[in-house]
Design a protein around this ligand. Structure first.
Ligand SMILES: Cc1cc2nc3c(=O)[nH]c(=O)nc-3n(C[C@H](O)[C@H](O)[C@H](O)COP(=O)(O)OP(=O)(O)OC[C@H]3O[C@@H](n4cnc5c(N)ncnc54)[C@H](O)[C@@H]3O)c2cc1C
Length: 430
């Protein structure tokens, strides 16, 4: 990122064969897969818990992992849902794909511990040292101060592409015409809701429109987006909208949290005063951080396009699959652009989307893969990102021998993923 850090002066905090930065759905699955495949793996995460948007962003439920009635995302995603189920945190009577975010933290730690992933929590990436197209070392900042971490293969699981961007990789941000990203959303939950008395979606939206008309709600979102959860009497809201703020800018992030909380305050007042069933409800929880749908995209050897997504394109080096359509919350205001794949179809994500151009020992295992703005709106959902993460972790272990991510035999990688229970087009039995 800069010459500000003198790496040689830093104590070595850890060394590992594979270093994953960011423990969200993508980074978590990358670290677990790399360790399960035999790599000595370190996972670095800025918060005190894993899960990324699934926990810190309070994002729920899992968007689709099915196409034509068949699961097209399996592997670690399936194991995570099974483990959630074992803990009693998978599915609700009104929302079968909801999960308990607190139990997700247990599941994530279990998987890491069982695979032998070493964790460094409360640790933020601070800088990256690069030479000859290789990440040499990274600097981290924590309560122990600035330290260095050494590794052979580095995986960016930060969602925002911090590792790749600070290494100098080519990145793009936002939509092509003006660089604006999808809006941020501060998710929140209301508890003690009388669900039986709750009005229909259309009735709630009519009340919301009226409140906006009266100037009581200052939120560009066109309607109220809510989901049921794994818990009775609880409703999850994914409905605030903070537009034209940049998730890679500290001042914008500060303002976004404040704007998001102002909108939550307005929504809570609205729900309790205007919506039947919410009279005795309370604000149970706001997400620890505002939810980030989109920020950087790291340009790789292939750039997945929206046409490839919507045509359900298959690739010889497909390492993950997606069936979720285009879902662009207006980056600048009101409205949501939704477009579907042909019914029953799924697209492939090629391995080349996770190999950043110009780097031999770096992979992407997060929503910041190489794609365009509209394709990103599809691939960003948690099950798809988990499948990408699992593939990245396996690829990292395979790349250790030659030291070059482009030396990975993609057919062998696809075979390995199938062996792990993942769904790969053309190889998995369906
Ligand atoms: C409001 C909202 C609603 C959504 N709704 C849904 C939905 O209903 N269903 C669905 O499936 N998906 C949904 N998504 C999408 C999904 O949650 C994310 O795209 C997904 O979590 C991306 O996973 P990730 O691992 O790439 O990144 P993240 O989940 O963002 O995880 C990144 C991790 O890296 C860590 N990190 C970041 N930078 C650093 C750093 N510099 N140093 C150390 N650690 C770092 C973070 O703390 C975090 O743990 C939604 C997203 C948002 C924001």
């Amino acid at each position: 990122m800069s010459d500000a850090v003198n790496f040689d002066a830093l104590d070595v905090a850890a060394e590992a064969e594979v270093v994953v930065v960011g423990g969200g759905p993508g980074g978590l699955c990358a670290a677990v897969a790399a360790a399960e495949e035999g790599a000595d793996t370190l996972l670095i995460e800025r918060y005190g818990f894993l899960g990324g948007m699934a926990t810190a962003g309070l994002v729920n439920p899992f968007m689709t992992w099915m196409a034509g009635g068949q699961p097209i995302i399996r592997g670690l995603f399936e194991r995570i849902t099974q483990r959630l189920d074992d803990y009693g945190g998978w599915g609700g009577p009104k929302q079968p794909s909801a999960f308990d975010d607190e139990l997700f933290k247990f599941v994530a730690e279990d998987l890491c511990e069982e695979a032998g992933v070493r964790l460094q929590l409360h640790t933020m990436l601070a800088d990256v040292e690069v030479a000859d197209g290789r990440v040499q070392r990274i600097a981290t900042l924590s309560k122990s101060g600035l330290r260095q971490v050494c590794g052979e293969l580095f995986i960016d699981g930060t969602g925002d592409g911090d590792l790749a961007a600070w290494a100098g990789a080519e990145v793009k941000i936002g939509r092509e015409e003006d660089g604006h990203c999808q809006p941020m959303t501060l998710c929140f939950r209301m508890m003690n809701v009388d669900l039986d008395r709750m009005p229909s979606r259309a009735e709630i939206n009519a009340l919301y429109d009226a409140a906006k008309e009266r100037g009581e709600i200052d939120n560009p979102r066109e309607n109220v987006l809510k989901f049921f959860t794994t818990h009775d009497r609880e409703v999850h809201f994914n409905t605030t909208r903070v537009v034209m703020h940049d998730a890679t800018n500290a001042e914008d992030m500060t303002d976004a949290e404040l704007v998001g909380r102002r909108q939550v305050r307005q929504m809570v007042r609205f729900l309790r005063d205007e919506v039947a069933g919410f009279e005795e409800a309370w604000l149970e929880e706001m997400a620890p951080q505002i939810g980030i749908r989109e920020s950087r995209r790291v340009m790789g050897d292939h750039v997945l396009s929206v046409d490839e997504v919507l045509e359900a394109r298959k690739f010889d080096d497909g390492i993950a699959r997606g069936s979720y359509g285009v879902d662009i919350h207006n980056p600048a205001g009101t409205g949501t652009d939704i477009r579907h794949l042909p019914p029953g179809e799924a697209y492939d994500i090629p391995y080349r989307c996770i190999t950043p151009r110009g780097f031999d020992n770096m992979l992407i295992a997060a929503r910041c893969i190489s794609c365009d703005h509209a394709a990103h709106s599809s691939m960003r959902v948690m099950p798809i990102v988990m499948a990408i993460g699992e593939a990245a972790g396996c690829a990292a272990q395979m790349a250790l021998e030659g030291g070059d991510v482009r030396g990975v035999d993609t057919q062998a990688l696809r075979g390995k993923l199938v062996g792990r229970g993942a769904s790969i087009y053309g190889l998995s039995e369906e």
